[in-house]
Design a protein. Structure first.
Ligand code: NDP
Length: 310
């Protein structure tokens, strides 16, 4: 019996993934049937992006796993009709892209690039930027993406503190966890990077109280998810100058409405959820490896803890 694999994502992704998945599954020695439409009760695996439309998993009675094409699984993790295992995407290409984006935006703040890019005003102020060793960066979330970004920043010499739910020991990074850890991490951070998942526990991680912990003029970079930040509190902190600048890639509502105050705020940079994306070439390998594992009776990679939501 072939393994039946449903590809459920935006239609334009099918011609990209179909040959990559076919190659990977063939190399794994699997007898398979890969399609964008299958009878629900015949589906063994679903390679799935939430915008693909699968909302009710009840008829998918023999599903062995849902394999998300996305790293963020907040729209699937809470779906109670899904009883099969859910794996999220950890993709080398996605991680590399996020690391580049985070490092670029941290360097923008660290080097004070805006001052020179926007102020071609004939005024000569020869203030050299400090070294990275003198700059304290805090990365909230030390998972696949946060750890890679933190390590890249540390490799450049930045003084990096990371914060996660569980205790960690990452060479070159001061690792903190828990409520006390967050307070400590924020109270010394000049630049904060949010790479937490969107879960009930992480909503409004940056709120009026936690923003107040940051040193005056601190900058915020959010490529995680919009709900991690209380927008009203951030706008208030930007307006008083307590927060110097924010670069926001993700929002509670996307696309960010044209009349949202973030667009017009002089101290906000909006990017349209482009910090990184799943790269089909490397992501297809992850999907194929998980199907191979499932068929071999081996544990799946990157399983989501449905109770924690990530
Ligand atoms: P992971 O699941 O690998 O890592 C999540 C990290 O957050 C872990 O370190 C985890 O702690 C920590 N965390 C979770 N809950 C809490 C909590 N309550 N308190 C403190 N720390 C917590 O995720 P990824 O690194 O792969 O991805 C992170 C997020 O990045 C995704 O969920 C997604 O929202 C976003 N993303 C954004 C993209 C973009 O283009 N803007 C692209 C891809 C992803 P612990 O290690 O202890 O479990």
């Amino acid at each position: 019996m072939p393994v039946n694999i449903l590809f459920s994502a935006r239609p334009e992704l099918w011609p990209v993934y179909q040959p990559l998945l076919t190659k990977g599954l063939s190399e794994a020695g699997l007898d398979f049937n890969l399609a964008t439409e299958l009878a629900p009760d015949q589906v063994d695996y679903a390679a799935y992006a939430p915008n693909g439309g699968l909302l009710d998993f009840t008829p998918y009675s023999r599903l062995k796993a849902v394999l998300s094409l996305w790293a963020g699984v907040e729209t699937i993790a809470g779906n109670t009709t899904l009883t099969a295992p859910l794996a999220r995407m950890v993709d080398h290409g996605l991680t590399q892209g996020m690391t580049e984006w985070v490092v670029g935006h941290v360097l923008r703040y660290h080097l004070g690039m805006d001052r020179h890019i926007t102020a071609q005003d004939g005024v000569w102020i020869p203030d050299a930027p400090p070294l990275a060793t003198e700059r304290r960066v805090c990365v909230l979330g030390l998972g696949a993406l946060g750890e890679a970004a933190a390590q890249a920043l540390a490799a450049l010499g930045f003084n990096v503190t990371g914060w996660s739910r569980s205790a960690k020991d990452i060479p070159g990074i001061t690792c903190l966890h828990g409520d006390d850890g967050l307070q400590h991490a924020l109270s010394r951070a000049e630049i904060v990077v949010l790479l937490l998942p969107d879960t009930p526990a992480t909503e409004n991680t940056l709120n009026a109280d936690t923003l107040a912990l940051l040193p005056k003029g601190a900058c915020i970079i959010n490529p995680g998810r919009g709900p991690l930040i209380d927008d009203e509190a951030l706008l208030a902190a930007l307006n008083t100058g307590h927060i110097g600048h924010a670069t926001l890639d993700v929002f509670r509502v996307e696309p960010l409405p044209a009349d949202h105050p973030y667009w017009a705020h002089p101290n906000v940079t909006v990017t349209p959820h482009i910090a990184s994306e799943t790269r089909p070439t490397t992501a297809a390998q992850v999907i194929c490896e998980n199907i191979r594992r499932g068929e071999a009776g081996e544990p799946f990679l990157h399983l989501v803890d449905r109770n924690l939501g990530y």
